[in-house]
Design a protein around this ligand. Structure first.
Ligand SMILES: C[S@@+](CC[C@H](N)C(=O)[O-])C[C@H]1O[C@@H](n2cnc3c(N)ncnc32)[C@H](O)[C@@H]1O
Length: 270
């Protein structure tokens, strides 16, 4: 197959930028090429130009979504950035909400949503929050959302989950499923997933008490980051908690926020 040419690379990345906000610098060309090439071969296409024509044509039989699935980076694991879970526990212990709505706004495979669910189930059992709590996980990638609904994970992804939490909230696979872990139905009942593009208008979703938008802003350019953060924050209640990745720097937005700890904020009541 012919190598990915600069002009075709620019057309593919411009399409991804306009549709889902992802910014690819020139240095990402080898990555894009390697992620798409086996798919192009499997489809029996001649090369990247033909693939671009397919995904940009509008009559692609789902191939555009397949390209999104291939080009998004979905790295995640349970209890990533533990300081955020500790802060959430402290804040909820202090406020003792009777009901709680949480949004994991770039949920990937669901590790983050189920980590929050484990924490909330324990806070409920200790009487620190009421029993009416729900978590919504959304993502642009179909592939990760299908997997999140199944709630089955390689055990390694739960490496930061304590043995007690594992016993309480997870089922261990046996035989063919050795090495896999499934989240218990009692926890899954509180969590649902759906597709949502952060770069499009968001309607009828919130309001939420807690929003996690962690480790996705790094893939956007500055104007997209700002628009996404302000759009997401319209769904957060005044005084609600907002989290981004600790490595994502200052949060670029016009919505007033009070900084709590790195990557954690409270929406200022207007
Ligand atoms: C690196 S994962 C972060 C997962 C989790 N929040 C965490 O911190 O571990 C980033 C996720 O953002 C999703 N994503 C990228 N662009 C998006 C968009 N425009 N709308 C919604 N989700 C998007 C990707 O599909 C990917 O699953």
């Amino acid at each position: 197959m012919q190598a990915l040419q600069d002009d075709t690379y620019r057309k593919i990345t411009a399409l991804m930028y306009s549709a889902i906000g992802l910014s690819f610098s020139d240095s990402k060309k080898p990555l894009v090429s390697s992620r798409l090439s086996s798919r192009i071969q499997r489809l029996g296409l001649e090369g990247f130009d033909e693939y671009f024509a397919l995904i940009s044509g509008g009559q692609d039989g789902g191939e555009f979504q397949m390209a999104v699935d291939l080009l998004t980076t979905n790295e995640t694991y349970f209890f990533r950035e533990p300081a955020h879970y500790e802060l959430l526990e402290r804040e909820l212990t202090a406020s003792k909400p009777r009901s709680l709505a949480v949004w994991s706004a770039a949920s990937s495979f669901g590790d983050e949503a189920y980590s929050v669910a484990m924490l909330l189930a324990e806070l409920e059992q200790k009487g620190r929050i009421g029993s009416d709590w729900q978590i919504l996980g959304t993502d642009i990638s179909d592939r990760v959302l299908r997997s999140a609904g199944d709630a089955i994970y390689p055990a390694d992804r739960l490496r930061h989950v304590s043995p007690e939490r594992l016993r309480r909230h997870c089922l261990r696979g046996e035989g063919d499923s050795e090495g896999l872990v499934q989240i218990q139905p009692a926890l899954r009942r509180h969590v649902r997933f759906g597709q949502l593009n952060l770069c499009e208008a968001i309607e009828g979703l919130g309001p939420f008490d807690v929003v996690l938008l962690r480790n996705v802003l790094i893939y956007f350019d500055p104007p997209t980051k700002r628009a996404v953060v302000d759009r997401v924050l319209t769904q957060l209640r005044p005084n609600g908690l907002f989290f981004i990745g600790t490595a994502e720097g200052r949060v670029p937005c016009d919505t007033p926020l009070k900084s709590l700890t790195p990557g954690a904020f409270r929406k200022v009541a207007g």
